[in-house]
Design a protein around this ligand. Structure first.
Ligand SMILES: Nc1ncnc2c1ncn2[C@@H]1O[C@H](COP(=O)(O)OP(=O)(O)O)[C@@H](O)[C@H]1O
Ligand SMILES: [Mg+2]
Length: 509
């Protein structure tokens, strides 16, 4: 008998269907993936189960009984636990305090901490979830925080663990470790629902997979009976074009983008430590690393948002070290931001005004000291057609466009005027597969036109897909730079992402 059975679940937000008669069932001791593009309705379905959202219609059976939780507390009481994509731990409390938070343990409000810790340690050791119970959450890595979230559920004796995009922030090693934990949970008879859009992971860890698209069921299948190809087709509803990287054509006349011994030392920021790198025209260098290891600072220093404390930054032989952001842009540096809502676009402005954000000082758009609105309008119209941006009209505020279409507008704007170099910071974050593919193709096109591209991404697969060389960043330092060949040692890259160089032997790279 199914442990969990969700039948014909419907849920709309402001008239938009997020779940449309979705059915989902789960066997005891099963690891079941919920796969789908961004916005497919995965989190909504699980939030409904967990009592965070109420459903419009549909039935939920848990162990054969109809249930309808109105809060996570009720779900937990029935041994269902969920770890959200964004952790919900209190950074100023210890591991132990977080795990028992909200529970009225024996002796409450002054429980016997020693006894509690012993129980927590017992749980964590059983599943290989190593953790220091007395450490403060704020001092833990993302991977460790995730362990705490899982221990928290196990401490409450969850029989079903729902994990929303659990590997998004993990290094490959942490992911492997995490999968080991999942296997132990399964061996212990517990069930896991893992929400993900990463197909290779599904193949390696799950028993079954359910695909959602646009809020509807597409397929449920045993993992062993389905291929990666089929899964990606089910997920996006069509076949993907494959990405092709042509060999680099060297351009001897140009030096490319050059960083020489660039350091950044400022109070309260992570900083950069002696970064040196040369990106040739027509080359993509990918920066791999766990978020928060200096990626943002590196981007800001190259763009001129921050001034490096020492070192030199140049483009094609010109020293830009002391140039302003605008001067660098004019020299030919394009920027694709990781946070389009924050600093890539102005959400309340329409398409034409957003296009102007970069070009407003360019002579061709200025007539008699005024902006030539007609030219700008025509330019924007051209861009909308060329990039197939879906919008009702050019006066639509950006916030009414989907993420993918917003990102297309940034691309169009930043790639106008043939930049010599592009800094692409998580350019596909939060985009669905179709839009991701579009952005990646655009970057490759620029590459073949001789653009120097710095690609910074927390998604190692994206880095591997696009980069000619890969630099690994950890705590503001490059741990190494490697050509991206097919015998690149991935586990070494992963170790370096975690700062563990001593374990990487030079000769094996
Ligand atoms: N709290 C909410 N308010 C309004 N719309 C929402 C809310 N949560 C989800 N949605 C919408 O429901 C759809 C499905 O979202 P979600 O379940 O988060 O997708 P997934 O987890 O598969 O990426 C999306 O269009 C999203 O914008
Ligand atoms: Mg989600």
């Amino acid at each position: 008998m199914a442990l969990l059975s969700m039948k014909n679940i419907c849920k709309s937000f402001f008239g938009k269907r997020a779940n449309n008669r979705v059915c989902f069932d789960l066997m005891p001791g099963e690891i079941h993936a919920l796969l789908g593009e961004n916005g497919a309705g995965k989190t909504t379905l699980m939030n409904i189960l967990y009592g965070i959202y109420s459903r419009d219609s549909g039935v939920i059976l848990w162990k054969g009984q109809e249930v309808s939780f109105t809060s996570p507390r009720e779900a937990i009481a029935c041994h269902i636990g969920m770890v959200h994509q964004h952790f919900m731990l209190v950074p100023t409390l210890t591991v132990s305090q977080n795990i028992t938070l909200g529970l009225r343990e024996k002796g409450y409000p002054f429980p016997d901490r020693k006894a509690l810790n012993a129980t927590i340690t017992e749980v964590s050791e059983k599943y290989g979830l190593e953790i220091d119970v007395n450490a403060y959450i704020s001092s833990l890595s993302v991977g460790e925080q995730q362990r705490v979230e899982i221990i928290k559920l196990l401490y409450r004796d969850a029989e079903l663990l729902i994990l929303d995009e659990p590997t998004a922030m993990l290094t490959p090693q942490e992911t492997e470790y995490f999968f080991e934990v999942l296997r132990k949970l399964r061996a212990d008879g517990r069930s896991v629902i893992i929400i993900t859009h990463r197909i290779p992971e599904i193949m390696s860890i799950t028993d079954r997979v359910t695909v959602l698209r646009d809020g509807c069921n597409v397929v449920t299948e045993k993992t062993s009976d389905i291929t990666e190809q089929e899964l990606s087709q089910y997920m996006i509803g069509r076949q993907l074009n494959s990405i092709q990287r042509e060999p680099i054509v060297p351009d001897a006349g140009r030096e490319g983008l050059l960083l020489e011994d660039v350091s950044l030392k400022e109070k309260n920021i992570k900083g950069l430590d002696s970064i040196s790198l040369q990106i040739a025209p027509g080359e993509i260098v990918g920066v791999a690393g766990v978020d928060g290891n200096g990626q943002k600072e590196l981007v800001e220093v190259i763009l001129g948002i921050r001034k490096q404390s020492s070192g030199k930054i140049g483009l094609d032989g010109l020293d830009m070290s002391s140039m302003s952001v605008l001067e660098r842009k004019k020299l030919g540096i394009g920027y694709i931001s990781d946070d389009r809502q924050q600093d890539g676009l102005v959400m309340d402005m329409n398409l034409t005004d957003n296009m102007l954000l970069k070009t407003h000082t360019e002579q061709q758009f200025i007539k008699g000291g005024l902006i030539n609105a007609r030219l700008v309008w025509e330019d924007t119209k051209k861009v909308v057609e060329e990039y197939a941006i879906k919008t009702p009209d050019l006066n639509t505020p950006l916030r009414n466009l989907s993420g993918g279409n917003q990102q297309k507008l940034i691309l169009a704007r930043e790639m106008a005027g043939d930049p010599k170099a592009i800094v692409a910071h998580q350019p596909t974050r939060g985009l669905d597969i179709g839009a991701t593919e579009f952005v990646q193709q655009q970057l490759l096109q620029r590459r073949s036109k001789g653009c120097c591209i710095l690609l910074i991404s927390a998604d190692l697969e994206e880095i591997l897909l696009l980069s000619d060389r890969i630099a690994v960043i950890y705590k503001g330092r490059f741990m190494g730079i490697f050509p991206n060949t097919k015998d690149l040692n991935l586990s070494h890259i992963g170790l370096m992402m975690a700062g563990r160089t001593s374990e990487v032997r030079e000769e094996s790279l």
